[in-house]
Design a protein around this ligand. Structure first.
Ligand code: ADP
Length: 422
């Protein structure tokens, strides 16, 4: 094949592969093999072209150059770092993502000046020796801990200097978020299993006692059956909360479309929970002066928010619990919003706990939460519901003064409400 035709072929392949790369990365299923192929083709197109002998510029050549600049622009838009080195590991090409990750990267300087990763440098030598691509890991702790999978592949340079010696392309894929998610998943499974195992072990213990030593002891049987019921209820609550959480998470990206009156929902929940709270010596009142507070929402989910927040205020706070509703404005955009607040004048929460309260299974005092029938999932559920409603959850607390939890939800304008109702 003539040099010009070969260059065009490389560029064509490069553009096609790079489009696939960018499309894949937008879909979030970036395949390193495709990326490497695209990158190799794009860079090879450029290098083979630039190293070819000077000649007259034909119209096909002009078209090829245009395609080449498109390919370069696409390469620059690949969100993952890409680095090209020669067979002595000297840097000959980098994309902006690579420069951002490794600011010390400089063209014509050895890669080891910027990337102190023996596994990667050894990997380059191995790829040059064997010709086969390989993957290795690169981790960095500065400025934050990050992990990258590095795909290293040989880039044939048939027309290049060095008598056809190949260069090497490095494609780095950020694994930090995926690893964090995986760690969260493992933690979650471990926590959920532990939470279920505790009441289950207690149930099994009491069953064995009732089958053995306490078989004929009627008063002990009554007492143990009562404890077993409490433990079984705890397991049921935990499973219900786990299922609610996963259902809400599944729909979190689908915003609700129904117009609902948050005032009416709050009133219903206060009426329902008030009598139970009074039995515990806690008053629950509603402070909602306006006739209606419209938001786009899912009635059952918003009722769950009020229910969980009031339950927490009664369980951990106490005194006078006030459920408030007011119209406010978002500080940044000035858009109207409805603030649903649940305030108690209980012991409050120390500041170091507040940022973690919405994590699954996080409790300030595990024993007290269990004893009060808590699962550690209540605020996580509230947070996900508020997220789904495109709102914001704010927890404010002062030790010895009490706690206020606010759900800020975008208000549905009266014009929109009229058109929905009409
Ligand atoms: P739980 O099922 O344990 O109630 P939540 O996710 O609802 O779980 O709450 C997490 C923790 O936050 C509780 O265990 C409690 O320690 C703390 N908490 C929540 N609301 C309040 C409140 N109003 N006052 C004091 N502590 C609270």
């Amino acid at each position: 094949m003539a040099p010009g035709a070969r260059r065009s072929a490389w560029i064509g392949a490069g553009i096609a592969a790079t489009i696939t790369v960018v499309a894949s990365s937008m879909r979030g299923d970036l395949d390193p093999a495709v990326v490497a192929a695209g990158v190799v083709a794009v860079i090879a197109g450029g290098l083979v072209g630039s190293l070819s002998r000077p000649r007259r510029v034909a119209p096909t050549e002009v078209a090829a150059r245009t395609r080449h600049s498109i390919a370069e622009a696409l390469l620059a838009n690949i969100p993952d770092p890409v680095i090209l080195v020669d067979r002595r590991s000297v840097v000959i090409e980098v994309n902006p993502a690579a420069r951002m990750l490794l600011p010390a990267l400089k063209l014509k300087h050895p890669l080891s000046f910027a990337l102190r990763a023996p596994d990667v440098l050894d990997g380059i030598e191995e790829v040059l020796r064997t010709g086969a691509p390989l993957k290795t890991l690169y981790t960095t702790r500065v400025p934050t801990e990050r992990a990258f999978e590095v795909q290293i592949g040989a880039l044939p340079m048939p027309d290049g200097p060095g008598g056809g010696q190949p260069n090497v392309v490095l494609f780095l894929r950020d694994l930090t978020a995926a690893r964090r998610l995986e760690a969260m998943r493992v933690d979650f499974v471990a926590n959920a299993s532990h939470e279920l195992r505790t009441p289950l072990a207690s149930l099994l213990g009491f069953i064995e006692t009732l089958q053995g030593p306490a078989k004929a002891d009627a008063p002990a049987r009554e007492k143990f059956l009562g404890i077993m019921k409490t433990q079984a209820q705890r397991m049921t609550r935990l499973i219900d909360d786990l299922l609610s959480l996963s259902r809400i998470e599944l729909r979190e990206h689908v915003p609700p479309t129904q117009v609902v009156d948050l005032g009416q929902i709050a009133r219903q929940m206060v009426d329902m929970q008030g009598p139970l709270a009074r039995e515990r010596g806690v008053s629950v009142t509603l402070d909602a002066p306006d006739p209606a507070y419209h938001v786009l929402g899912e009635r059952d989910e918003l009722a769950r928010v009020v229910e969980n927040l009031v339950e927490n205020a009664v369980k951990y706070g106490g005194g006078n619990v006030v459920v408030g509703l007011e119209r406010t404005f978002r500080p940044a955009s000035g858009k109207p919003q409805i603030a649903l607040s649940v305030r108690d004048d209980g012991p409050g929460i120390a500041p170091e706990h507040i940022p973690r309260l919405t994590e699954r299974f996080y409790r300030v005092d595990v024993a007290s939460s269990r004893q009060k029938g808590g699962t550690g999932l209540g605020l996580a559920i509230v947070k996900h519901i508020v997220n789904r409603h495109r709102g914001k959850l704010v927890i404010e607390s002062e030790p010895d003064r009490g706690t206020t939890v606010r759900a800020l939800l975008p208000e549905q304008s009266s014009a929109a409400v009229a058109s929905t109702i009409g």
